[in-house]
Design a protein around this ligand. Structure first.
Ligand code: CDP
Length: 665
């Protein structure tokens, strides 16, 4: 495996990401389904290297599993708590969960003999605490390599129950495996921790899931009392949905920090069992991101103008799988960072603290480690650009999280030329938990999609302009306010003394109006005879009174129609990746085939209040009447457009909903 991938930088992500199912939950759910009695259908399952290994282990033990990789489901027959096969040879690869869970599970078999082998990297990973605990219940081990490590042959004769002591200080998976297996013991188990354990949230996840599967586990300090399987719900087939992977989500939570823009994590609200979802709060408390919940989805933006302290110190003990995500982008952050509480990650896929430190030294002014922490002093952006060779290889140690974390850092366009500066070694290692990670990352970049047209329509004072402007800013799209077009034309006609009822005069006067476009920031504004008409001239009572009358004239609309359609080309020529055009007829007449069509509405009272707040006299009711009842392009909700009633929503909420619709399309 000697491949490499260059990460292509970009600016402003607009990602809508559905993270894969959680690995930790998928593997626990498989084990619990095997023990729970009856049949279980697991939905939204993650299929990845580690979960395939777990499924394979269960099949080797004789369980019936039906895997559907298209539907992301696994159906498991529990064989009513007993392990079907008394002998098997099982390879747990480098999957920590499978290694510990399966070792605990097979201990339940009467007169069993199981050979457990693994990848070499797993030989070094801790499992002694579990081995000792199982020995105390009568299991015997024959080590085929180093004592108290994989590979080994385990001879089993069931778990008797009663008190059992376990040292899970090196890995909470040993405790989780033992707790789950305990439901199949002869008599109730009282699992006692002889030392503290790491990653408490993962133990909580195990206990919560045991409850969801109908078992009970009472916790009293470091004592865990596990109910017997006799109390299982063995009657009807159960359906269990796997949460999206909160650790996987962390990469796209971090992405806007380095590239700007916004990412949406679909279904993040369902991440209830996973401690790693707290990564979002940690980044928010540092001031790196802002978030908005939008239904069950989470929108994440980079925060702007945060004043950071010189040094930030954070404890990642509870969310240690995500420490790599923050550590890898620390090279781009404007403060010194210390992450502590991560000693146990030295015994994971690789010595993660050591590996991350070694890679970060290629990019940072200083990186120091202690057993339990990593401290990073980044270069300034200018120094970083100066010091780096054109492209730097990141070694991944076959660790999926190192690959994914540094890929996120590599998305930052540090030189402003879009050229790669980070290469990831052996990118296939991401398949441990996220097979198509790099494809998904690709969809987040702005050049991954064609130029997109977003039509936002609605009556007066529904909030079209402010919402469209804000969404355009976040997405770096071009913003076009077509109301300003009609206002400018009305101004041009009024200046020539034309009355709205005099069609012939309008036709003549239009000939004197030369329109063009000026770009102000990301707003494309109409010019009249080479000049921008100032806002004060088009947003006043005089124009408010007349604009709808002119806008009802077919010739005026025709005059603007082609101009408005040409805005898409103008946006492309100016390197925007999309355009939000707002008005009354954008989704119905100008761009009926727009990628997203949104119709904003609000009750009359709310709209009148909003306009009054702006301090301009505007008979919006009268204008709306004219706009709705005119013959040409009347204001109405285009068929198939998404309606947002803004009456009881704040501007932020409407922005979120709109962004959500755009990102998901
Ligand atoms: O100020 P407000 O947001 O209510 O209106 P605007 O978007 O500035 O539009 C002013 C007027 O232009 C509307 O009342 C319509 O008569 C007309 N208009 C239109 O007919 N079609 C559009 N696509 C945009 C505006």
């Amino acid at each position: 495996m000697n491949s490499e991938i260059s990460v292509k930088p970009f600016v402003k992500c607009r990602a809508s990401i559905t993270p894969p199912g959680s690995k930790s939950i998928t593997n626990r759910a498989m084990m619990l389904s095997a023990l729970a009695g009856g049949r279980t259908l697991l939905k939204d399952v993650l299929f990845s290297r580690d979960t395939n290994i777990m499924a394979d282990c269960l099949q080797k033990l004789g369980y019936m599993l039906k895997l559907d990789r298209n539907e992301n489901t696994i159906e498991i027959d529990s064989a009513y708590g007993s392990i079907p096969n008394s002998e098997a040879e099982i390879n747990v690869g480098n999957a920590g969960t499978a290694a510990r869970f399966v070792t605990a599970l097979v201990a339940l078999r009467k007169k069993g003999k199981f050979k457990l082998t693994s990848d070499k990297a797993m030989h070094a990973r801790p499992i002694k605490g579990l081995i000792d605990a199982l020995k105390s219940q009568g299991a015997t081990f024959e080590f085929l390599g180093e004592e108290n490590h994989l590979p080994f042959v385990i001879r089993t004769n069931g778990l008797n129950g009663g008190d059992i002591l376990i040292d899970a200080g090196e890995s909470s998976q040993m405790l989780s495996g033992l707790l789950m297996a305990s439901v199949g013991a002869e008599s109730p188990m009282n699992v006692k921790l002889s030392s503290g354990t790491v990653s408490k949230p993962f133990v909580n996840m195990t206990i919560e899931m045991m409850k969801q599967f109908g078992f009970s586990c009472e916790v009293d300090g470091t004592n865990y009392k596990v109910d017997l399987r006799a109390k299982r719900r063995a009657d009807s087939p159960r359906i269990y949905s796997i949460e999206p992977d909160a650790t996987a989500a962390s990469y796209f939570v971090a992405l806007p920090i380095v590239v700007g823009g916004v990412s949406e994590i679909v279904n993040f609200g369902s991440c209830k069992l996973q401690g790693d979802s707290a990564f979002v709060e940690v980044l928010e408390s540092i001031g790196l991101i802002k978030t908005q919940h939008c239904g069950n989805n989470l929108l994440v933006y980079a925060s702007e103008n945060t004043v950071f302290p010189e040094t930030v110190e954070v404890d990642f003990n509870d969310i240690s799988d995500t420490f790599l995500t923050l550590a890898s982008i620390s090279m781009l952050l404007p403060f010194k960072l210390k992450i502590k509480g991560i000693a146990h990650t030295r015994a994971q896929e690789t010595d993660r603290v050591g590996a991350v430190a070694c890679q970060l030294r290629k990019f940072c002014a200083s990186v120091e480690e202690t057993e339990d922490s990593i401290s990073i002093i980044p270069y300034t952006r200018e120094e970083l650009v100066k010091k780096l060779p054109s492209e730097t290889l990141v070694n991944t140690y076959d660790d999926h999280r190192i690959a994914m974390s540094f890929a996120i850092a590599g998305c930052a366009d540090i030189r402003g030329d879009g050229k790669p500066w980070i290469k990831i070694e052996n990118p296939e290692c991401v398949s441990k938990t996220w097979v198509d990670f790099f494809e998904v990352l690709y969809t987040a970049r702005k050049d991954s999609k064609k130029f997109r047209v977003i039509a936002v329509d609605g009556g007066a004072a529904v909030g079209k302009s402010s919402v469209s402007r804000e969404c355009s800013r976040v997405l770096d799209y071009m913003h076009v306010d077509t109301g300003a077009h009609y206002r400018t034309i009305a101004y041009g006609l009024l200046e020539q003394g034309v009355d709205a009822s005099d069609k012939n005069a309008i036709i003549q006067a239009l000939k004197n109006l030369k329109i063009g476009t000026a770009l102000e920031g990301n707003s494309a504004k109409i010019t009249l005879n080479g000049n921008l008409v100032p806002d004060s001239e088009i947003r006043n009572e005089r124009i408010n009174l007349k604009v709808a009358e002119f806008a009802a004239v077919a010739e005026v609309r025709d005059f603007l129609k082609n101009y408005q359609r040409s805005m898409a080309d103008f946006g492309k020529e100016n390197h925007f990746n999309g355009m939000i055009m707002e008005g009354r007829d954008i989704g119905s007449v100008i761009f009926p085939d727009a990628d997203v069509r949104i119709f904003l509405d609000a009750d009359e009272e709310t709209r009148a209040k909003r306009r009054a707040k702006e301090g301009i006299s505007d008979s919006i009711k009268k204008r709306d009447e004219l706009d709705k009842n005119r013959k040409t392009a009347p204001l109405k909700q285009p068929e198939g457009a998404d309606l947002i009633d803004t009456s009881h929503l704040t501007k932020e909420q409407v922005v979120q909903k709109t962004l959500s619709l755009i990102l998901e399309s």
